[in-house]
Write a protein that binds this ligand. Sequence first.
Ligand code: PMP
Length: 423
Amino acid sequence: MTTGRQNLARRSGSDVKTVYDVQEIRADFPILHQTVRGKPLIYLDNAATSQKPKAVLEAVNHFYTHDNSNVHRGVHVLSERATRAFEQARLRARQFINAPEAREIIFVRGSTEGVNLVAQTYGRQNVGPGDEILISTLEHHSNIVPWQMLCEEKQARLRVIPINDEGEILLDEYEKLLSEKTKLVAMIHVSNSLGTINPVRRVVELAHLRGVPVLLDGAQAAPHLKIDVQELGCDFYTISGHKMFGPTGIGVLYGRTELLDAMPPYQGGGEMIRSVSFEKTTYNQLPHKFEAGTPNISGAVGLGAAMNYISSIGYEAIAAHEHDLLEYATAQLTSIPKVRLVGTARQKASVISFTIEGVHAHDVGTILDQDGIAVRAGHHCTQPLMERLGLDATARASFAFYNTREEVDALVEGVHRVIEVFD
Ligand code: PMP
């Protein structure tokens, strides 16, 4: 079967941008071709979760139809095939984020589990009374609460890097907060609520000058930006498969070997051991030390397929298309007097958060839904950020490479209708 991707690749030559055919890409996403509430679906909730191309659906289907078995322990053919598919997905992930070694790729449920793993292992081992963990005001709850839990247990202190009103972290304040007490910096790469792209290379540089390791939450970065953990220089990086066109329940924690090697295991069980007796257990080598129990094998296979799919379009083409959508939507929404954009950082990925004067965000979401337009409304799991901005909620449209200018037009019309309803 020829996919829209292959057509694009055939015709693309060196300049992908000029042949970017969003309809060809959309043809690869069966879910997009439906009506909801009698209207064509307009899916603008990609920051919550993204849709899956046929290549991912087929990879998961193929795995269960032909290769399903448990990994690593079997001597029979299916187990060997399943193990190969699973480990190939790890190799693919290594290549995708340019990690130096495959054993630095730990399969987890998603970003949330990646952060919890580091907090409960590296954190518990290295953080003590009076120590500090540095996060930013922009963080998702999943990069706040695990550190709060750790700080509570260890009588350590959570320090927060402030932001300006545009939603950008204040680098000079960050520098001031870094001290000999700082044991880790944990920061979002791209904000799910505002779309801000943080200056993470500089953040890492400044932390490393003081010997402080950095964890980056890449849940919202991987769908939009090329991730190169060596170029970023970070010590840990987390990814959620479902936000980058792969299945739910699978993600990656990247960690530098020397740190992962020194960390205690996260969960105990099968797979993570070398030998077990009632007196003593010795642990497996990386990455298996951190992968207790049967992993999400089909999820890893699907994630590998999603990475292949993204690569077949190319991040350059993705960024160009999404940038166009973002600029187009920003210009139109800012021209509506009652609309206020929330988050106007100079560096932004595909997220537009906004409020409408006199209308609660939940009403915005509900009325848009009547037109088949899916956006998210609420605090987006960033309550402290909302508090800093003096809001309790925003409506958020978030784009993927399969969205179109026509969909932005429909969103803008929808926003006008919301205003009429409340006028
Ligand atoms: N970080 C960010 C920036 C997110 O947007 C999300 C999901 N909304 C998460 C972490 C958590 O990801 P997951 O639910 O896949 O673990």
